[in-house]
Write a protein that binds this ligand. Structure first.
Ligand code: ZN
Length: 414
């Protein structure tokens, strides 16, 4: 009889310990602070790292945007030289992102809402199915949890695989949801406007496009089910209970250089234990190398948010730029003008390290040097911090349209 009494009790104990680990993080009442760190005070960054729920722009920038629970706001404010509140209640901002739409028809209305990961896969299948003669679904390896990194290959009148490659990567960082939408919009424009828009036809006939809207599927799913502000992949290390490698600090070029990534598994910019040791990076590295060897890579874009930047190599060294830095600047400058002409949105352009902050093991350094891409850029889309990652659904369409104008201008000159 005793066991009958004890069993439910033990069961409820087990449930009580199991639930919090998977419970969705409630960000109601959390604020986003923009803080300036004191110079030369040892340990402040580590303390901020402990106190903040998330650092939104990790790196050695002039200022940090941090998400802070109501309990820790005073402690963080005391550590900072300056602090301003840039979002009063980030839980409320997430509500403004709107509900997921459940349809999956590739019309422009797709770009008025955010979507689940499975619906993004369906979008690609539906789009490809509508233009089966000039596109196919492609994959580039698998994630930690076994999801295929899925994209679409688009070609024009020259036939499949006959032209230099243009490669777009999106949603490297899980929480940057606007990136998924912007990259999908590029594929949608190229296919649906091919027969009616001469400038689109010209670029589709000039290149083979390899378009990957979500290269961090595990992190993206986790950002939808559990923690809206998740950034990294979902890989574990035996030495720590913290999860995730930063896929954009794990590429095997200048990975070992200090100062542009973290060796701490709990950091938002954890570089991993060895260059290219994230499964997602293995797949993406193979993809880049394969395109390099096939017809060469003319243009590589890694689409992130937020900050409104167009950046070119290098991330690992603030005094170095590619041989064709002037051409990089010229294309970026034209793209920024094209964006501004659509909507007035202003972008800052420049080489990554000196314009934003140092990054090592990043995608554009790898594609520039090892991938031998003619042009490599990181886009940081809207906004500059008002909404940050939680850009409202009402801004998706304007953002993807202006981004497309910038990208099309690059494609025409590349
Ligand atoms: Zn990012």
């Amino acid at each position: 009889m005793k066991s009958l009494l004890w069993t439910p009790f033990l069961l409820s104990l087990a449930l009580a310990t199991a639930i919090p680990r998977d419970a969705k993080v409630d960000y109601n009442g959390y604020k986003v602070l923009r803080i300036e760190l004191p110079k030369d005070v040892v340990g402040v960054e580590a303390q901020i790292n402990d106190l903040a729920a998330h650092i939104l722009n990790p790196g050695k920038g002039k200022q940090l945007d941090v998400v802070v629970s109501p309990d820790n706001i005073d402690s963080i404010t005391e550590l900072a030289v300056n602090s301003t509140i840039i979002a009063d209640d980030i839980g409320e901002a997430f509500a403004e992102e709107g509900e997921f739409a459940s349809y999956a028809v590739p019309s422009e209305t797709w770009f008025t809402a955010y979507h689940s990961y499975n619906d993004h896969l369906q979008f690609l299948r539906d789009l490809q199915g509508g233009f089966a003669g000039q596109s196919e679904i492609i994959t580039a390896g698998t994630s930690v949890q076994g999801r295929a990194l899925t994209g679409i290959h688009i070609w024009g009148s020259g036939g499949k695989g006959s032209k230099p490659a243009v490669l777009f990567h999106g949603t490297v960082h899980a929480r940057e949801w606007i990136s998924t939408m912007a990259v999908e919009y590029m594929a949608w424009q190229l296919l649906t406007k091919y027969s009616t828009d001469a400038s689109v036809k010209a670029v589709v006939d000039k290149f083979d496009f390899y378009i990957m809207p979500v290269v961090n599927p595990d992190g993206f799913v986790y950002s939808q089910t559990t923690d809206r502000l998740w950034r990294k992949n979902r890989q574990t290390v035996s030495s720590s209970s913290c999860v995730g490698r930063d896929i954009n600090r794990n590429w095997p070029y200048k990975w070992e250089v200090p100062g542009g990534a973290s060796t701490n598994p709990c950091s938002e910019t954890f570089k991993g234990l060895a260059p290219g040791d994230a499964p997602e990076n293995k797949g993406l590295v193979a993809q880049v190398n394969q395109l390099r060897d096939l017809r060469g890579i003319r243009l590589y874009l890694d689409i992130h948010s937020y900050g409104q930047y167009i950046l070119w190599p290098y991330g690992y060294n603030c005094n170095l730029q590619p041989e064709n830095a002037a051409a990089h600047r010229s294309l970026a400058s034209a793209a920024a003008s094209a964006i501004s002409a659509v909507s007035g949105t202003r972008y800052t352009i420049g080489p990554a390290c000196s314009t934003l902050y140092a990054t090592t093991g990043d995608s554009t350094d790898y594609t520039d040097v090892t991938g031998q891409a003619t042009y490599s850029y990181t886009y940081e889309l809207r906004d500059t911090g008002r909404y940050g990652f939680s850009l409202p659904a009402s801004q998706i369409q304007a953002t993807v349209r202006e981004t497309w104008a910038g990208v099309l201008s690059m494609l025409r000159s590349a």
